[in-house]
Design a protein around this ligand. Structure first.
Ligand code: HPA
Length: 256
């Protein structure tokens, strides 16, 4: 199958008729739900595991992305819970991620560690596929799903939340939303030549923005309600006509 949805916190089930496959990769085994939509199939991956038991800093990102590649996936939409450090984006809003700033510290973030795979560098001028982003906006518009705008994602190592001064710094650097999972997910997708776009669901104001601490706004309810609508829009695009002619994702890897 050519299409996949990666669900963040709370966005797990696509339909009751789905089947689960275990994909064995050299990085580990991954469980993927496969759902038939019309004549197409869509793979559905819960990045934190089906029972949300893997914290963001311990997710096996390489196994997850390799498993999708091995299933034949070329197009991926991902959703993720994020905090907002931009007053324009409030809890409950949906934003389209256009770029990231990476503050992760201890993750395996590439398939190219020398050795068998060799040395390679990947172009990050369009980390979130511009073709999938445009198609998402068009479909959300048609489906009546309100998207608040484009946002720059700051990826932290977690699992702790940020300090107030860290958030102040991220704002000064141009960050709009903060999460713990988009890096290395977006990078690995690009290394594998897959189109990948991500959408953030804002669950809270970041530390120091509105009060002293992080208050998660009914995260499960929010993700269930918004996540379901979002998944419908993702699937609409993914089961339509797609090609890699309008983006540079398939050729972003430069092997040395
Ligand atoms: N910070 C980091 N990750 C998050 C947050 C946050 O405020 N909210 C949801 N994921």
């Amino acid at each position: 199958m050519e299409a996949a949805v990666i669900g963040g916190t709370g966005v797990y089930d696509l339909s009751p008729g789905s089947r689960t496959e275990t994909v064995n990769t050299r990085y580990g085994a991954v469980q993927v739900d496969i759902v038939k939509v019309g004549v197409k199939e869509v793979a559905f991956l819960a990045r934190h595991g089906k029972s949300h038991s893997v914290p963001p800093h311990l997710i096996n990102y390489r196994a997850n992305m390799k498993a999708l590649k091995e299933l034949g996936v070329k197009y991926i939409y991902a959703s993720a819970a994020v905090g907002s450090c931009n007053c324009r984006f409030a809890p409950g809003d949906i934003v389209v991620i256009t770029d990231f700033i990476d503050f992760t510290k201890a993750r395996l973030a590439t398939f190219y560690d020398g050795g068998e795979e060799g040395v390679a560098h990947v172009d990050m001028s369009d980390p979130y596929c511009k073709n999938l982003r445009k198609r998402f906006y068009d479909a959300a518009n048609r489906e009546g799903l309100n998207i608040k705008g484009d946002a720059v994602y700051v990826c932290t190592e977690g699992p702790r939340f940020e300090t107030a001064h860290e958030i102040k710094m991220y704002r000064q650097l141009g960050g709009d939303v903060v999460g713990m999972t988009s890096v290395p997910e977006a990078v690995l997708a690009k290394e594998l030549g897959m189109c990948y776009a991500a959408v953030g669901i804002i669950t809270n104001w970041c530390t120091g923005i509105d009060s002293e601490g992080v208050k998660l706004h009914d995260i499960k309810g929010l993700m269930a309600k918004t996540g379901e609508k979002l998944t419908r829009v993702f699937v609409k695009v993914l089961t339509g006509d797609l090609s890699q002619e309008n983006c540079s994702c398939a050729g972003a890897l430069v092997k040395m």
